[in-house]
Design a protein around this ligand. Sequence first.
Ligand code: ATP
Ligand code: MG
Length: 328
Amino acid sequence: MAKSEAKPDARPGCILTMGEILVEILATEIGQSFRRAGTLIGPFASGAPAIFIDQVAKCGSPCAIIGCVGDDDFGALNVERLREDGVDVSGISVIKAATTGSAFVTYRKDGDRDFIYNIVNSASGHLSVSEIREHLLKDCRHFHVMGSSLFSFRIIEAMKSVIETVKANGGTVSFDPNIRKEMLRIPEMREALDFILDYTDVFLPSGHEVMLLASASTEKAAIDELLGRGVREVVVKRGKDGCSYYDGKDERHVRALPVTEVDPTGAGDCFGGTYIACRAQGFAVERALTYASAAGARAVTYRGPMEGTATLAELDKFIQERSEASHD
Ligand code: ATP
Ligand code: MG
């Protein structure tokens, strides 16, 4: 292997993430308003880091999540689901005095989504450095950060602390910004995102997010800027337009598999979980991208954000079916 080639991390150890664990409850009709009574469906297991790590487990990589749930059935639903799928749940604290977070989602006619979140004041809002479990840090060789988790200064402080420890132990960090523009108006948030980017090895933005964290005015220049500041791999998620990979030397583009979208929530998290797990298992970039795009495409065919997580065998089957369908 050439020295400059991005080297798959083949050390044993676990993939770790930290952040919100939620249930999601969905409106059943397109254009359904939350200003009047209507039929809802759920609860579904959710939370971007939780979906990510469930997908990592399904790919067969050892993994764990640090997070908080309430002492209630929504929490139990999540913990049981993650445990069943193979995630180490020893880092999930049950907060007696709090309720598990939730998100209510309704889909607009144009495909956009409206959310009502109860996260900041939920058990997930209790996350802080005191919830970090040392045994998980010791085993961790890769830590994944979701921008959606950075909603309190206590959580940002905890993220920074885990990142520093993991990197000091020789581990790697991935970062999916999953960010809303208004978050960038808070000066401390910008500083936190910059801090995380400085430690990021694998950056996994959605198309529009590439520009948010760089000063350059074109996507290409923004990617060069990110690579220039030390990011080793930039993988851009482009929804039904597929994905692109850049490492400064190599550039790859993978087309999306043709699917009928039922529920787009969770596609990016399934994509990220698959990419990180495949790379940790030593897969080459092209193969990891193929599995990751299949995981994203498959996820949007399932209602419920975590319902579409899949094993590599299920992804092989899905890739075969979809390729046959596209030749019909
Ligand atoms: P989110 O809205 O959950 O944050 P994201 O922007 O992080 O999503 P997407 O780009 O929507 O992530 O999806 C990740 C990947 O999943 C895409 O790069 C693509 O490979 C696949 N994917 C997503 N939507 C579709 C679709 N409609 N058809 C086929 N593949 C899709
Ligand atoms: Mg995303």
